[in-house]
Design a protein around this ligand. Structure first.
Ligand code: SF4
Length: 222
């Protein structure tokens, strides 16, 4: 039987964050998430009532080929939680074969070892901090699997979150860049900088989500 996937939306925009921030990327957003973060900005794509189109591997490959023809070199699989789609490895391998830098935005609650084949994608893995209400779901065994091209993203809504990010990084020492990303409207970036200075957090980078600065914070498809 042909494999199908629940695609909530797809569009080309710039990467709003991470190591290729500002570069064009194809975004594939898959429906469904196993977490319910308190400050989720894509909750419309998470529940059982999330709108989606049932698509085949070939359909996704066609979308990706069109993006490549338009000069796009990056693809980001996001959600929801993209790694919950059954057989998502088929899509990941196809996108890598097309020569795209294939990045997975994953929420930290899914085992990454199943996706760490030699031709693996790039992971941007969240570690959910106390304000999300989801920290108990984090799988810390993922940390040793991360490499230089990957990223750990700590989304911070409070001072307590920033301090917890420091604690987690010191404990697990992931071998990749560490980003602190403020929850829009919950903590000022300047406050995070002050905490970084006060706590000697030289190993972290503050990142602001570019798409929220360029477009309205709640705008979809950008
Ligand atoms: S893991 Fe991501 S998509 Fe899922 S609820 Fe949390 S913020 Fe939203």
């Amino acid at each position: 039987m042909e494999k199908t996937f629940r695609l909530a939306e797809h569009f080309i925009s710039i990467n709003g964050e991470g190591q290729t921030a500002g570069e064009l990327a194809l975004f594939l957003r898959f429906a469904g998430c196993n977490l319910r973060c308190e400050w989720c900005d894509t909750s419309w794509a998470c529940g059982s009532d999330a709108p989606y189109e049932e698509v085949t591997t070939d359909r996704i490959a066609n979308i990706a080929e069109e993006a490549v023809a338009r000069g796009v070199r990056n693809v980001t699989l996001t959600g929801g939680e993209p790694l919950l789609q059954p057989d998502i490895s088929v899509i990941i391998n196809r996108l890598i074969e097309l020569g795209l830098r294939t990045e997975i935005e994953t929420n930290g609650s899914v085992q990454l070892k199943y996706f760490c084949s030699p031709r693996r994608p790039v992971f941007t893995m969240d570690y959910k901090l106390p304000s999300s209400g989801m920290e108990q779901h984090m799988l810390t065994e993922n940390f040793p699997l991360l490499r230089e091209g990957d990223t750990v993203k700590f989304v911070c809504a409070s001072r307590e979150d920033v301090l917890r990010a420091k604690e987690i990084a010191e404990k697990y020492r992931p071998q990749c860049p560490l980003y602190l990303s403020p929850v829009f409207g919950r903590i000022e970036p300047a406050e995070i900088v002050e905490i970084m200075k006060e706590q000697h957090m030289g190993g972290f980078r503050l990142q602001l989500q570019l798409h929220k600065l360029i477009w309205a914070p709640d705008k979809r498809g950008v």
